[in-house]
Write a new protein. Sequence first.
Length: 122
Amino acid sequence: MSDRLIIIPPGHVVPGGELLNIASDHIGELTATIQLLRDATVRITGTMVWMGDGSGSLHLVVKDMSTGAESELANDVSPNHNQRVETDVNFYANKQYAMRLTQINSNAEPGASTLRVVVVMT
């Protein structure tokens, strides 16, 4: 899902610690792959704005790179121009997890988007 691996050392995996925060304008998909060096429950939040006429839906997919298992963990199919998804996930030490936040539009243009990962507990 992502061409770059972000490795998070144990000292950064603390409750409330922000592990990832990426943002972009006018891109309908954000991706990241992270590997924690300590077990943690993380909260993944994605937001996107779509512009113009039409409608859109927002989808958060997480893939366990060791098994290849991929699951859509959250989606927002509301007709709002500001969409948000959020879910808590257990990430295990030394495993790589790829995340994809995708906006699927019908006659609309992607706007600002963010993908954020914060530690809930260790």
